[in-house]
Structure formats: structure tokens, C-alpha cells
Design a protein around this ligand. Structure first.
Ligand code: PMP
Length: 351
């Protein structure tokens, strides 16, 4: 720590991302990537964009991508904000929409980036404990607030809040922004984008990192009322007028347009998840209901950290969080059938 650091930076607890191993022969089930890779049409579009045109700045408004997202979701391009991964979109939301005089609310346990952004942007927050079954109970959020944010499905639990409950929250909370972080919604959730036309305080965030297998391209977006989108554009233009490069725009547009590949790969992930849930239960795991591309599970007789280390020695990486209430859980990304079979075979040896 240097004496030149500001008090804000001194107080930050930086987000620690999941392990990013280099070895190709590892079974990597720790950061919720999609094993099937991007749409071949997206890869082709990126290759086609790799040429002379890179000498030109990209479209600062990424109009083509906003139009593609708008068409896909049946909304106007003016209701779409795009960013360099949904993490950047979330950063702009914390600074532009959630930095209020009253604390913002989010669940304890949830995406670990939220408190990081609160620290960075000096946003006051209050966490609301999950229910005993690890679900988010929106009835517990009925208190004065400067905004509410939660992932749906939640991370790292995978639990889903039904859309009717979100609508009830919006009705009872008309004076502050409600942000639904739908990073994993395409694996079994129901998107709240359909509600954005009726609720001007609703902002829905999605990413191309998971269901479109483009984590490396860094594309995310938010959908909501033009007033909310305008706030995010103001923040963006104060940081960087070119959030997405030409390759990202080209690849993202093609990925959004390739519905067939998207449907096929999402279905494959869901089918593997259901099989993996059955296999883990057969081994004695308690598995939380998952609507995501990962599973959150604990074994009543085996220490989670030791199991994670034993898997690591067998070249299989899963995520273990040293956090109260969930320290006996493993979060396992749904890989291919072969990867998940390898995981189950290894667990049979370990347990
Ligand atoms: N929200 C949640 C709940 C996540 O788990 C993640 C991925 N770790 C993100 C947002 C950010 O994803 P990305 O920046 O890749 O779009």
C-alpha cells in the first residue's frame, strides 16, 4: 500500500476471479464458461472483420449490435445499452443508477462483484440474507432503498426467482431502480425483459459470456426504459466512447442472429446439468435446484475444500468459496457430458 493511494483505493477489496489455468488437459469446471464454444457464424464474422477496417474506429454507439439485440428481444434499439462484458455494464449501473443517498439492497449470498463496485464507487449497501433453503425472498426487500440488484438465477446458488415475484417487487418499489442480472437466464430462467416496457424502474442485464459462449469477447448489455439507458450512456461517454471494438461488435451480432446454434447448445447444457444432478445425488450430494449452467452442491459427510483439492489433484477444477454458510458447497460448472462423467468418476474415487 502506498502513501500515494487514495482512501477509496486503500479501502477496496478487489474481486478475485476464479482460477484460470493454462494447461489444456484440465477439466475446467470453475468459472461457468460454456464448453461448446461460440457459434461458427460468430467466429466467421470475427474473422471477416479482421482486416483493413481495423484501421477505423468502431461505431461508438454499436448501433448494429443494439438493433440485433432489440430485434431478438422484441424491443427498441434505444432501450439497449452495450458494454465490455456485463461486468462493465454493472459498473456503470452502480455509478450511474445505484449511487443514491439510501443504501442499495442485494442478497447475501450473491455475485461477489457487487460489494466490490460499492467500495469503488462509494455506494452504501445493505445485504439481505437468503432464506434457509438459499432462495431469494423478495418480501424481505420491502424497506426504503436506493435500488435493488440481484442475479436471477442467483450466483453461486443457481436458484431462480419466479417472474411473478419480480413483478410484485416492481409494483411495491416504484421509486427506485430494480436491476436483474440475468447472466445465466438462458439455461432455464424466464427473462424479465418482457416487463421492461411496463416498469420504467426495471433494468435487465445480460451477457454473451455464458449462453453464447463468448466470455473472451467481452460483450454484455442492459435493457430498460430510455431514461435509464441514457444514464448509462452518460457514464460510458465519460469513461470511454468506444466500449466495444469492431471484432466484438461483429461477433456479437452474428452470435445473437444464430438462434439455432444458441438453442441447440443451451439445450445440451441443460440436459447435461440434469444428468449431473442425478449423478451427484446418487453419490449422496445435496443439490440446490439450478436454473443455471452450474450446480451448487454439498456432501453431508465430506469436506468441500478437501474434495475440491482432491479433484484438483486429478486435474479437475471446481469452485469452492470460503464464505460463511456456503463453505461446505462446491460450485460445479456444467461442462460437456464427457467432462461431467470424468468429474463423477473422480468423485467416486474420492468419496
Ligand atoms: N453477473 C453474474 C451473476 C456473473 O456470474 C458474471 C460472471 N462471472 C457476470 C455478471 C459478468 O459476466 P461478464 O462480464 O462476462 O459478462
Amino acid at each position: 500500500m502506498s502513501r500515494f493511494w487514495s482512501d477509496v483505493v486503500k479501502g477496496l477489496t478487489p474481486y478475485v476471479p476464479g482460477e484460470q489455468p493454462k494447461l489444456a488437459n484440465l477439466v475446467k469446471l470453475n468459472t461457468n464458461e460454456n464448453p461448446y464454444g461460440p457459434s461458427p457464424r460468430a467466429l466467421e464474422a470475427i474473422r471477416a472483420a479482421t482486416g483493413e477496417s481495423l484501421k477505423l474506429y468502431p461505431d461508438p454507439n454499436a448501433e448494429q449490435l443494439k438493433a440485433a439485440i432489440g430485434k431478438y428481444h422484441g424491443i427498441g434499439a434505444q432501450n439497449v445499452f452495450v458494454g465490455n462484458g456485463s461486468d462493465e455494464v454493472l459498473a456503470h449501473i452502480f455509478l450511474g443508477l445505484l449511487k443514491q443517498s439510501r443504501p442499495i439492497l442485494f442478497p447475501d449470498i450473491s455475485y461477489s462483484f457487487y460489494p466490490v463496485y460499492c467500495g469503488l464507487y462509494q455506494v452504501d449497501f445493505e445485504t439481505i440474507p437468503l432464506a434457509n433453503d438459499f432462495s431469494i425472498r423478495l418480501g424481505d426487500y420491502a424497506k426504503p432503498n436506493g435500488g435493488i440488484i440481484f442475479p436471477n438465477p442467483n450466483a453461486p446458488t443457481g436458484c431462480l426467482v419466479p417472474l411473478v415475484e419480480i413483478e410484485r417487487l416492481l409494483q411495491s418499489n416504484p421509486d427506485s431502480v430494480v436491476v436483474i442480472d440475468e447472466a445465466y437466464v438462458d439455461f432455464g430462467g424466464e427473462s424479465a425483459i418482457s416487463l421492461t416496457a411496463r416498469y420504467p424502474n426495471l433494468l435487465v442485464v445480460q451477457t454473451l459470456s455464458k449462453s453464447r459462449s463468448l466470455a473472451g469477447l467481452r460483450v454484455g448489455f442492459a435493457v430498460g426504459h430510455v431514461d435509464l439507458i441514457e444514464a448509462l450512456e452518460r457514464v460510458k461517454n465519460s469513461f470511454n466512447s468506444y466500449p466495444l471494438d469492431r471484432l466484438a461488435i461483429a461477433g456479437a451480432v452474428a452470435a445473437i442472429e444464430d438462434r439455432e446454434y444458441f438453442d441447440k447448445t443451451c439445450k445440451a447444457v441443460i440436459a447435461t446439468r440434469e444428468k449431473l444432478v442425478g449423478d451427484l445425488k446418487a453419490l449422496g450430494f445435496e443439490v440446490l435446484p439450478s436454473a443455471a449452467n452450474f450446480i451448487f452442491a454439498r456432501h453431508p459427510q465430506h469436506d468441500a475444500q478437501e474434495s475440491a483439492l482432491a479433484l484438483r489433484r486429478r486435474s479437475i477444477i471446481v469452485r469452492h468459496f470460503k464464505l460463511p454458510r456456503i463453505e461446505q458447497f462446491l460450485r460445479i460448472t456444467v461442462g460437456t457430458d464427457e467432462q461431467c462423467d470424468a468429474l463423477v468418476a473422480a468423485l467416486k474415487e474420492i468419496l
